[in-house]
Write a protein that binds this ligand. Structure first.
Ligand SMILES: [Zn+2]
Length: 357
């Protein structure tokens, strides 16, 4: 009887195509965001920062639809039918402002570091669900660096692909294999049509060539179907939900029951944790971002010079609230300082201010 009831409720909920995610960091920006007219791309990002600060920032600014942490928890930030501001200056196939026609997923981690199998497993499941909801083929699951572009500047005379390397690992064949993606974009249509030029040769080789620095360093969760075998069987999402609803307690990820009365939501995402009696391999420590040591490093890491300090243009006028963030850098002569370490009295005229966005 109980199972029948659960089944009925689950069928009703699966009709609404609910995605199993926590609302703990749902953005206060939701009401002000437009309903998206179309959904042509899924864009994968890397936060380049630890989970807590990433989630707070994403939520405050409404900068993604979902965020997946290192241990595979999924957080809803902006409702999936609205526009999230995740892609910034962007273009795909001649269409600018990719936010208007895409879903953005932020993955806690770094563009050039492997991710844990449990995180990749959660990303894989979320991407699959979104692909089937919006009928998105594998080659339209892209990374931020596929779509971001930079305006002409001191180093690039023309608008160029390669403004950032965000999410770059998701273009690599080894990672796509773990995510169950069998195709990726074949060419950069915007470069081909000369709307943009290649501004980062290495990135271009990752996106469209055979550079794969993750080979041998990433794997899917051990029990997840298909990540290591040729014949993949898609799990039946309804069955999976029934199993998890009958077998497991609701997730304790802070989701408020009042805000989320749907009975179908609990715990499916937590399954790997709850159901694996096998000893887990030691959790990899989140890799620390490498500090840039030169202007070349800054550029390689996707930072852009925003201006020079002068009497009229102070650090906070150039970088805003981020002037003292660890992600803002100051350079003068051959010296380089992170924003969170620099003594404000040492800010001097002529110093360059570098940020990512
Ligand atoms: Zn990004």
């Amino acid at each position: 009887m109980r199972t029948a009831l659960v089944l009925a409720l689950l069928l009703a909920a699966s009709d609404a195509a609910a995605i199993d995610a926590s609302n703990r960091y749902r953005s206060p920006r939701n009401p002000e965001r437009a309903i998206r007219r179309s959904t042509e791309l899924i864009v994968l990002h890397t936060t380049e920062a630890p989970a807590k600060s990433s989630l707070n920032k994403l939520s405050d600014r409404g900068e993604a639809h979902f965020c997946v942490t290192e241990e595979g928890s999924v957080y809803r930030i902006v409702d999936r039918d609205r526009e999230a501001f995740h892609a910034g200056r962007s273009m795909w196939n001649g269409k600018e402002d990719v936010d208007k026609f895409s879903i953005g997923i932020e993955c806690v981690g770094y563009h050039d570091k492997p991710m844990s199998s449990v995180q990749l497993g959660a990303i894989r499941q979320l991407v699959k669900e979104l692909q089937s909801m919006y009928r998105i083929p594998d080659e339209r699951v892209v990374c931020h660096s596929h779509v971001a572009y930079g305006a002409p500047n001191k180093w690039h005379k023309r608008a160029h692909r390669g403004r950032k390397r965000c999410g770059m690992l998701f273009a690599m064949p080894s990672v796509r294999k773990v995510l169950g993606l069998s195709a990726r974009p074949k060419t950069d249509q915007d470069v081909k049509a000369r709307r943009l030029v290649v501004g980062d040769d290495y990135l271009n080789k990752v996106l469209y060539g055979s550079v794969d620095t993750m080979a041998g360093k990433v794997a899917g969760p051990r029990n997840s179907p298909g990540t290591n075998t040729k014949t993949e069987e898609k799990p039946n999402p309804i069955l999976e939900r029934i199993k998890s609803a009958v077998q497991t307690k609701p997730a304790q990820d802070g989701q408020s029951p009042a805000a989320q009365p749907k009975p179908a939501e609990p715990a499916a995402r937590q399954q790997p944790k709850l159901q694996s009696p096998k000893p887990q391999p030691p959790k990899p420590q989140p890799p620390k971002p490498q500090a840039p040591k030169s202007i070349a490093d800054l550029k390689r890491m996707g930072y852009v010079e925003r201006g020079k300090i002068s009497r009229e243009s102070t650090a906070s006028r150039i970088a805003g609230k981020q002037w003292n963030s660890p992600d803002t850098w100051y350079t003068i002569r051959d010296k380089i300082f992170p924003g969170d370490k620099i003594d404000p009295r040492k800010l001097e005229n002529g110093m360059s201010v570098w940020t990512k966005k």
